[in-house]
Design a protein around this ligand. Structure first.
Ligand code: BDR
Ligand code: CA
Length: 339
């Protein structure tokens, strides 16, 4: 089994990641913590509770930690993920409540109780994880592994010309996290899924159609391009309907930003890496996060050749297999939707 502590800022691609993890019988979701990013922490928590209930895992604790980045004000992204972080979807009001304790404490307790067993999956700004490392510097040893969605190492950003969103929202947290792993043995270094690989996981309307078919829905999904904006799914299956309503918004966003009628589902790829269900390669590197106030604020730089003479602090994913990742996603979500 793979036992995960997920920290996310749900978010359309976070939602796909969460639903995917719920579809995996070998994945134990130990806790889901909420970082402010795409939306504020309370909205992240509502989204996570509703999605876990919809995905048959209402018992997984959902906790809130930080309410803002470490040193700068929170900037959310309603234009990318919608005002509630879930595009056009209207998720049911959750029945369960947010865990009463602090997410950072919950993580530390869980890691101490099960040393060497838990993998941290981080699909949001690294604020909560940086706070957890401050409170428990042994966290890198206590965890089995760390998988991060963040950064861009080919110097094409999605937030500024060079910076990726998660890192740009809280670069100070990202810098602290990479510093905490400096010089640790290779297998302890975080596996980093950056834009150069996550943007290859390009979801298209055909994938939504395939998911609907896989889930046994008969009516076509109104996700095709060329239709008026904002059309809603009529799928009889609630999971398919909500995911389709999220993805339509995400397709429209990407098209509005000249990327075509597609959606980059970054966080799903990171989830599949953490679950061990897709193949990928990595390259060891020393990562620097720019925190000085300049046009490069939030930019990540990787030294793959040791030119800085500093110990490595990351393993950056260097190759992936998009078709395989989509087969895995559609088959898994189809099965989840049918159950
Ligand atoms: C990351 O930014 C967020 O908007 C997505 O959820 C993903 O985690 C991609 O840059
Ligand atoms: Ca995210």
């Amino acid at each position: 089994p793979v036992s995960l502590l997920l920290d996310c800022d749900t978010g359309i691609d976070d939602a796909l990641a969460l639903a995917y993890l719920c579809s995996q019988p070998h994945v134990e979701l130990v806790a889901v913590s909420c970082t402010p990013g795409n939306v504020d922490a309370d909205q992240v928590a509502r989204n996570n509770l509703a999605l876990l209930e919809l995905s048959g895992r209402p018992e997984v604790p959902v906790a809130i930690g930080a309410r803002a980045p470490l040193e700068i004000p929170l900037v959310t992204t309603p234009e990318t993920h919608g005002p509630q972080g879930i595009g056009y979807a209207e998720l049911p009001e959750p029945q369960g409540n947010v865990h009463p304790g602090d997410a950072v404490e919950l993580w530390i307790e869980a890691a101490r109780a099960r040393p060497g067993e838990l993998t941290a999956l981080l699909t949001a700004p690294l604020t909560n994880f940086a706070l957890a490392l401050r409170a428990e510097p042994r966290l890198p040893e206590l965890l089995r592994g760390v998988v991060i969605m963040g950064g861009s190492y080919y110097y094409q950003g999605n937030t500024t010309p060079t910076a990726e969103w998660n890192t740009h929202v809280d670069p100070h947290a990202a810098a602290e996290v990479f510093a905490a792993f400096s010089g640790l043995p290779g297998e302890k270094l975080p596996v980093v899924c950056a834009l150069e690989t996550t943007e290859r996981i390009e979801m298209r309307p055909e994938h939504v159609e395939a998911l609907a078919r896989e889930a046994g829905c008969t009516a076509p999904e109104p996700v095709l391009p060329g239709q008026p904006k904002g059309q809603r799914s009529t799928a009889s299956n609630p999971l398919v309907r909500h995911l389709s309503d999220m993805l339509r918004f995400y397709f429209e966003f990407h098209r509005d930003y000249d990327q075509g009628y597609i959606a980059h589902i970054h966080d799903y790829f990171a989830a599949a890496v953490a679950a061990g269900t897709v193949r990928y390669g990595t390259r060891t590197a020393t990562v620097h996060v720019e925190t000085a106030a300049s046009r490069l604020f939030g930019t990540t730089v990787a030294d793959y050749r040791g030119l800085w003479g500093e110990a490595p602090n990351a393993r950056i994913v260097s190759g992936n297999h998009p078709a395989e990742a989509f087969d895995e996603l559609i088959r898994s979500l189809g099965t989840l939707a049918r159950t």
